[in-house]
Design a protein around this ligand. Structure first.
Ligand code: DLL
Length: 437
């Protein structure tokens, strides 16, 4: 089932991590003017690091460092030695550029193949790859990993949902991958055509690239008839395949820590936090060659833990709560979209298609609006006609329920608008932004 490394005793894993870190530091000492300077500024000598237990002594690398050295300043090889270049899908500022040598591409293939296997995929299965192909790492990352596992790949990329559904019906793939919000859009298209989960060939969905919660998982699993697993990653570190859930152990994702060493730091003090605490995930690429990164500040909020009952020995991370830059401070309370999404799971009948509208005055969020859809099914069950007085009363009731639940769980007052099913914009491809600014 697993490769040997996935079940290695922790002591043996630590030894490998230590050796790899030392090799990495040797490489940076020789080939990285950026890290030579950064180490000097931090007053740390490469030789001071004796093993993985010393990693916290190393300087932190930020997205801004990549921007400041745009495009190729962090490479440890000449540009001509790169096999491929990807960029992050960031919407603000300069894109962050990541260079891969052929060895890095092989590593990328290996970790994605491992991830797909953990998600239930097997050699010979057909993968409907609806991640975007291009400079985004999702499409090509999953593509190479699937080929590495011996799967057949349909490189359909994102968008054109009707064609996606046509081809799923014609080719009968066992596995689909895309963002969770796009999986919901695909599920809607199946429902629109009256195709039930029993008639959909898909068995597994490998979903990530954005935060999602259990309510979204339940909708996708029920409506597509799949087991859905969470795949995590970021371009700067490699792309998808940094971490993945096992399809029989949903809830937390194994981090492939033989290649990507994780730490959790306090968002303010930037000091390491004890195992199990929530904070910012920081990752070191232990084996990358073209553009290795030390202690990269991902901005993603999570916590780490070991799962005694798990199939593998590697560390797990809890689902990402959100990115520090997606956090809204509403009258002094920190709010992530995923917290609002969780509220919907407590209220049957609401659909997981929603938008948050922060009202910003003098750079402060002074009020938060929530738009969410109510399932038509509720109207059918209660025999309520759209547009009737009973419909208005029902929406009013839901509105109050959502506001009360958000107040109880998150501690903020919101103004909620309940919309009809299919009236809010859907994810057309790729990642969705739930915050309308
Ligand atoms: O989104 C890589 C990827 C592709 C991951 C396909 C999974 C599947 P970037 O565009 O660089 O790379 O964006 C990385 O997306 O720092 C997180 O904030 C967010 N993210 C990625 N996966 C998850 C996930 C790809 N499973 C940024 N849960 C990361 C929550 C995720 N957030």
């Amino acid at each position: 089932m697993n490769t040997e490394i996935e079940t290695l005793p922790l002591s043996a894993l630590r030894k490998i991590q230590s050796e790899r870190l030392i090799t990495l530091l040797d490489l940076l000492k020789e080939k990285s003017p950026f890290y030579q300077k950064r180490m000097q500024e931090s007053g740390i000598r490469f030789e001071d690091i004796k093993g993985i237990e010393d990693i916290h002594k190393l300087p932190i690398t930020y997205k801004q460092d990549l921007r400041d050295h745009y495009p190729f300043g962090l490479l440890t090889v000449p540009r001509s030695a790169l096999a491929r270049i990807h960029c992050s899908s960031g919407t603000t500022g300069r894109p962050t550029v990541v260079g891969y040598t052929q060895e890095d591409i092989d590593l990328f293939t290996e970790v994605v193949a491992r991830s797909l296997k953990a998600a239930g995929a097997e050699k010979g299965m057909l993968l409907h790859n609806a991640y975007g192909y291009g400079i985004f790492t999702g499409g090509l990352g999953l593509h190479y990993g699937a080929e590495g596992l011996g799967m057949t790949v349909l490189p359909i990329s994102g968008g054109m949902t009707t064609r996606q559904v046509d081809l799923i019906m014609d080719f009968k793939p066992e596995v689909i991958c895309c963002s969770p919000s796009y999986a919901l859009t695909i599920a809607d298209e199946f429902a629109k055509r009256g195709i039930t989960p029993e008639d959909i060939s898909l068995k597994y969905a490998v979903l990530g690239s954005e935060p999602w919660t259990e309510i979204v998982r339940k909708h996708i699993e029920d409506r597509l008839g799949v087991v859905a697993t969470n795949i995590y990653g970021l371009s700067e570190i490699i792309g998808p395949g940094v971490a993945i859930e096992d399809f029989e152990e949903q809830g937390g994702s194994y981090i492939w820590e033989d290649h990507f060493y994780p730490e959790i730091l306090d968002p303010l003090t930037k000091e390491p936090l004890p195992l199990g605490s929530e904070g910012v995930l920081v990752l070191t690429t232990l084996t990358k060659k073209g553009m290795p990164l030390l202690r990269y500040w991902t901005n993603d909020i999570t916590r780490l833990y070991y799962d005694e009952k798990g199939k593998r020995n590697m560390i797990k991370m809890a689902p990402i709560v959100g990115r520090t830059d997606d956090m809204l401070i509403v009258r002094g309370v920190n709010v992530y979209p995923s917290q609002i999404e969780e509220v919907f799971s407590a209220i049957p009948g609401l659909l997981p298609n929603y938008y948050l509208k922060p009202l910003i005055k003098e750079q402060m969020v002074v009020a938060l609006g929530i738009d969410v859809e109510l399932a038509d099914e509720v109207l059918v069950q209660q025999q309520i006609a759209k547009g009737s007085a009973a419909h208005t009363a029902l929406k009013e009731q839901y509105m109050q329920q959502v506001a009360a639940e958000v107040k109880k769980r998150v501690g903020i007052t919101t103004s909620v608008v309940i919309h009809e099913q299919d009236s809010l914009p859907k994810c057309e491809a790729g990642k969705i932004n739930r915050i309308i600014k």
